[in-house]
Design a binder for this molecule. Sequence first.
Ligand code: NDP
Length: 339
Amino acid sequence: MFGLIGHLTSLEHAQSVARDLGYPEYADQGLDFWCSAPPQIVDTITVTSITGQQIEGKYVESCFLPEMLATRRIKAATRKVINAMAHAQKHGISITALGGFSSIIFETFNLSEIRQIRNIQLEFERFTTGNTHTAYVICRQVEQASRKLGIDLAKATVAVCGATGDIGSAVCRWLDARSNVAELLLVARNQERLLEMQHELGRGKIMGLEEALPLADIVVWVASMPKGVEIDPTVLKQPCLLIDGGYPKNLATKVQYPGVHVLSGGIVEHSLDIDWRIMKIVNMDTPARQLFACFAESMLLEFEKWHTNFSWGRNQITVEKMEQIGEVSVKHGFRPLLV
Ligand code: NDP
């Protein structure tokens, strides 16, 4: 059995979902209540591969909300992640993806040092961040969507916002080694990590966001921001492809401007309907078919019986592992979202 640990995008979102799911006692509560709420399994899932194989899974709602980080409720945030992991393990789940901020919190606050949760000794090989598949899907989106828009990658400038992160660094490695992009712009806040990334790649210009936006034919957004940013679309090139892989989204508002194309990043479409409620709850356009690539990674690991933490530790993702997970993604009928 596979598992997905997820969370909602804001307190307001959580309150409305609680009402819809039949938890009225959660719906009128503020952030403090969510800080103390335990994890819950709120969905059971059946997925069929195009090979005919069928697997079962469960969605664990961690009750984490991005406002917990924004208001420095760090203890609550870390407890959410670790308790959700213990909950998944207690229910016998073999491989569980740490969706959205779960893996970021796990890495940022060194949660690998906490192994004992009450009577449960966490077995980390039962968990994956799902970031290898996410990075692979985003890179395929860059390659395929740019072709559709007539942007030639061999002449294109690609800005990666969050270039030093787990997903961003993997995206940079692939764009450098596989996609033959002309220019890479590396955007993040910590200069030391940016220099390390530039050194590893042997290329890439370090830039602030304001400086990078007018130069980019393609912007990949993979920054871990609890709230999205507003951008001025008039400064962008035309055409310009914006691939927003953040969860919550890095772009605060839907950019609508001539020549600017926005694509939801790190989203895959399955070839067959999936019987579940959770993607409707997170407002996916086609909830029976579309899902986060990190969640799809735990499904792929279950299909292949690779019960191992395939994606683990920050900035360890190699192009070879992206190819490996990409191959089984295609085999089981997932494809990167392109509209
Ligand atoms: P990491 O924490 O590993 O990396 C985050 C990156 O963003 C770092 O480079 C960080 O560098 C940068 N960053 C953070 N804040 C800012 C800012 N204000 N301006 C510019 N750069 C910033 O995160 P991940 O790579 O694990 O995840 C990235 C995003 O992808 C998250 O939003 C996450 O929720 C989402 N995600 C999406 C998935 C999907 O399936 N679609 C799956 C998993 C994650 P610095 O701190 O130096 O600025």
